[in-house]
Design a protein around this ligand. Structure first.
Ligand SMILES: Nc1ncnc2c1ncn2[C@@H]1O[C@H](COP(=O)(O)OP(=O)(O)OP(=O)(O)O)[C@@H](O)[C@H]1O
Ligand SMILES: [Mg+2]
Length: 244
């Protein structure tokens, strides 16, 4: 019997992105085809300027291609209105950034509550959900701290809790470990992978650090805006860690 075909979570087809800089066109992505399924844990890697951020922005529906298509759960993003696209993004996609991007005057707890409150949740419901997420990333004891009182690794864990609090199906992280030392970078990747395993959340993150690549299920290498390599590897079975 034929197997039912699973719908891709995100699918890029012939995706090309050209930027205009002065009079010249810069081809940041060149005819990229890429399918990402629900639950995958994927690293996008490659040298500086190879198109990693551009690809993350297309996958996260932050930007649209100059040619070709990006679909999310079978729906072509180009056929959605701006409102539909941002609703889809707010409901289904979480983001983590290189610079953590936390609100400095808010506590860790308030930062994580924010997406839910913007979405209309009560303060009580937002607080309960944010507490659970902060405990999950090992920051149960630091909820009242402002970002400046936390280490870089701790700030990035707050950002991961914030990205997850509204229950996204996909988290897109552009260079989430670029500002961290190796030990903290490994902690962040392992934390994301554990959450992906446990909850089935799809993660796509970019990195230029090839030491992290052994820890992912799939590594997509970009070179000059093209996919140079796309490798699936055996799921490594890492033990649970305790985060402090
Ligand atoms: N807004 C923009 N305007 C013009 N050119 C851009 C813009 N954004 C990116 N580019 C160019 O597109 C190409 C791909 O850039 P991109 O930022 O996606 O690469 P990257 O792999 O993320 O690089 P890095 O490792 O330095 O973050 C580069 O040549 C870059 O200079
Ligand atoms: Mg980049």
């Amino acid at each position: 019997m034929p197997q039912p075909v699973q719908q891709a979570l995100v699918e890029l087809s012939g995706a090309t992105k050209q930027y205009q800089l002065g009079g010249a066109g810069i081809l940041a992505l060149d005819n990229v085809g890429l399918r990402i399924d629900a639950g995958e844990f994927v690293a996008v890697w490659g040298p500086s300027g190879s198109g990693k951020s551009t690809l993350c922005n297309l996958i996260g529906l932050i930007d649209s291609p100059s040619a070709g298509s990006v679909s999310f759960r079978g729906a072509d993003a180009a056929l959605m209105s701006d409102d539909q696209r941002s609703t889809m993004r707010n409901r289904s996609i979480g983001f983590v950034f290189q610079g953590f991007n936390l609100v400095p005057v808010l506590s860790a707890l308030e930062n994580v509550m924010l997406p839910l409150q913007i979405g209309g949740a009560s303060a009580q419901a937002a607080k309960a959900a944010a507490r659970l997420r902060l405990e999950q990333v090992g920051l149960g004891g630091q909820m009242a701290q402002r970002p400046a009182k936390l280490s870089g690794g701790q700030q990035q864990r707050v950002a991961i809790a914030r990205a997850l609090v509204a229950g996204p199906v996909l988290v897109v992280a552009d260079e989430p470990t670029a500002n961290l030392d190796t030990a903290n970078a490994v902690l962040i990747i392992d934390l994301m992978r554990e959450i992906s395993r446990r909850e089935g959340t799809t993660f796509v993150f970019s990195t230029h650090d090839d030491r992290l690549l052994a820890r992912v299920d799939r590594k997509v290498m970009l070179r000059d805006g093209c996919i140079a390599d796309d490798v699936r590897q055996e799921r490594a079975d890492y033990r649970m860690r305790v985060y402090s």
